[in-house]
Design a protein around this ligand. Sequence first.
Ligand SMILES: Cc1cc2nc3c(=O)[nH]c(=O)nc-3n(C[C@H](O)[C@H](O)[C@H](O)COP(=O)(O)OP(=O)(O)OC[C@H]3O[C@@H](n4cnc5c(N)ncnc54)[C@H](O)[C@@H]3O)c2cc1C
Ligand code: FES
Length: 281
Amino acid sequence: MSTINKSAAQFLAPIIANKRIGSYHQIILGVGDLVKNCRPGNFIAISVGGDSSRMILRRAFAISRTSDSAQYGGTIELIVAPHGAGSRWLASQSEGTELDVVTPLGTAFGIPTEPVNALLIGGGYGSAPLFGLAEVLKNRGCRTDMLLGASVGEKIYAPMEGKRSVNSLQIFTEDGSMGEKGRVTSRLEAIISERAIDIIYSCGPMPMLRAITEIAQANDVIHQCAVEEAMACGVGICMTCVLPVKDETGIISMKRSCIDGPVIDGSSVCWDLVGKNPAEF
Ligand SMILES: Cc1cc2nc3c(=O)[nH]c(=O)nc-3n(C[C@H](O)[C@H](O)[C@H](O)COP(=O)(O)OP(=O)(O)OC[C@H]3O[C@@H](n4cnc5c(N)ncnc54)[C@H](O)[C@@H]3O)c2cc1C
Ligand code: FES
């Protein structure tokens, strides 16, 4: 029997805080003791629009960081990019509103047992799960460097307290409005070799994850990526989130990114076949 989602629960989570940061909303939710089961890479599925809403599908958001304090108990942080009806509704909710949520869902990033040199790469709101991951890696004694990229500076999410969890942070924007002009992959090969990187963790748009996989494979570096395929049910029932994945024997099968992911070995994904009909394989 699968052990995925074994600690997930559906419950009402109060919004503790909702703050606008650049293009995003940083939302803190009270989740009580369940916080102990939330790992970097896991996600939350939130019911949006209120009781009479026609938006029947829950929306998925990565758990960015967790905290357990005497004042609020267990909390999780989300980074929401308001763009469609559901995420805009979420961003407009006030402190004290209770959200109907299911969490923690999906696979988590694998944490090395020994200290290693880790490179964390985030695109846009894809930086969300990486700050919590950086804290875990730091406690494991790993050196942790981070690259964040976006089209424009406003879409870089890099909170001050998050920066303290990493040894170095480099920012890339396509228009050069923040950090270096270019993409996170522009100097990736050189960074891997200069910093003797053992493992790359990434989260962001699919073309970025694909480009990182190609460079990681060419340089013999492990690459764990958190994919953000569109998800309807989020719990393994509907098959809308499937990805073509190859096993060690070369056999390709469609894996559900909500329960076999979102964290997945980048080298196992058949990036050329993503979005294609399996009959064409
Ligand atoms: C694991 C995961 C983590 C994510 N983390 C974050 C995050 O940290 N921050 C963030 O801002 N966003 C995150 N996203 C993206 C976020 O879920 C979407 O942006 C959000 O669902 C948009 O909802 P909307 O109503 O605003 O947009 P709309 O585009 O109006 O609606 C999108 C919703 O429609 C449904 N849908 C659309 N197309 C399909 C399809 N092909 N198959 C099935 N269902 C479909 C899905 O329920 C989807 O959530 C994440 C997505 C995933 C899968
Ligand atoms: S979202 Fe329904 S199976 Fe993955």
